[in-house]
Design a protein around this ligand. Structure first.
Ligand code: HEM
Ligand code: HEM
Length: 229
């Protein structure tokens, strides 16, 4: 390690956060498109939607046993801190963070919440012609199912806006504040330029993530009857 003033490469995101992120981004892009292309991708809409549910369950549990900067509880920051961060961003002067910042944290929570609702509601609905049916369609009252279908459509629009804002903000960091958040989400490492030493992050071994992912997959497969148990 060199002196405090020179730049350091530090680990920020573990393998599982990165895998989760890009698998989620690809799946949500597909779902937002396939939800609007009629019967063409209906079967895949259902399969990928259920896969997203697996990703979300995994991410919530990883928040508890994963690396310290994957904690979701810690993202609940005071709104004034989030606002102060956005003001800094507008002026192009944001301090570096080894994890999510106060404003980004709220966006992450909102995205996970909307995506979780979307995946769960999908299980209980069917389209008008019943060409695509969620695995639990018919288990709940028909009126409630209709209401969930309506919310599935509405929530999809909110999600599109939120994802748009998310990508816009990441680009704003790059262009306005000169902070490249994208490369660390790919490589897991960031260039630490601050004069202060980087905050400590505790990393969890990758194999623990693998065991957790397989456990979640088996449980989701059993609940959603993937292999006709
Ligand atoms: C449908 C598309 C996308 C969704 C649903 C999505 C969702 C998310 C979520 C949930 C997180 C939090 C990660 C975690 O803590 O687990 C995140 C972080 C991040 N995403 Fe995305 N994302 C999408 C597309 C993109 C794209 C296209 C880019 C690159 C341009 C991107 C760049 C990032 C970066 C850099 C972070 C980390 C931000 C930080 O440093 O705090 N995302 N995204
Ligand atoms: C996070 C996961 C999901 C996302 C992002 C998503 C997204 C979408 C979108 C964008 C639409 C079109 C809404 C509109 O036309 O305004 C849609 C419709 C629909 N989705 Fe999903 N969906 C997800 C999960 C699921 C799951 C697991 C199922 C289970 C089968 C499902 C079943 C349906 C049905 C039945 C429709 C209505 C199609 C129609 O009315 O023609 N979705 N979804």
């Amino acid at each position: 390690m060199s002196s405090q003033t020179s730049e350091l490469m530090v680990r920020i995101w573990d393998l599982w956060i990165r895998t989760f992120h890009w698998a989620l981004a690809a799946s949500i892009t597909f779902l937002l498109i396939s939800g609007n292309t009629g019967f063409l991708f209906y079967e895949w809409h259902r399969h990928i939607g259920e896969f997203v549910l697996l990703l979300i369950v995994f991410r919530i549990l990883w928040s508890v046993i994963g690396s310290s900067n994957s904690s979701l509880i810690k993202l609940i920051a005071h709104p004034l801190r989030a606002l102060a961060h956005l003001k800094h961003l507008i002026s192009g002067q944001v301090p570096q963070e080894r994890g999510h910042n106060a404003a980004g944290g709220w966006a992450v929570l909102a995205m996970l919440l909307l995506i979780g609702f979307q995946a769960v509601s999908g299980l209980f609905i069917a389209d008008e012609d019943e060409l695509i049916e969620g695995v639990f369609y018919g288990v709940i009252d028909y009126d409630l199912s209709e209401r969930l279908l309506h919310l599935h459509h509405l929530n999809a629009e909110l999600l599109m806006v939120l994802v748009g804002v998310h990508v816009f903000m990441v680009l704003l960091y790059l262009l306005r504040a000169g902070q490249n958040l994208i490369t660390p989400m790919i490589t897991g490492r960031m260039r630490w330029l601050d004069k202060t030493s980087p905050p400590t992050v505790r990393f969890t071994a990758n194999w623990i993530g693998l065991v957790l992912f397989i456990t979640c997959a088996v449980i989701i497969a059993w609940i959603l009857n993937w292999f006709k148990f």
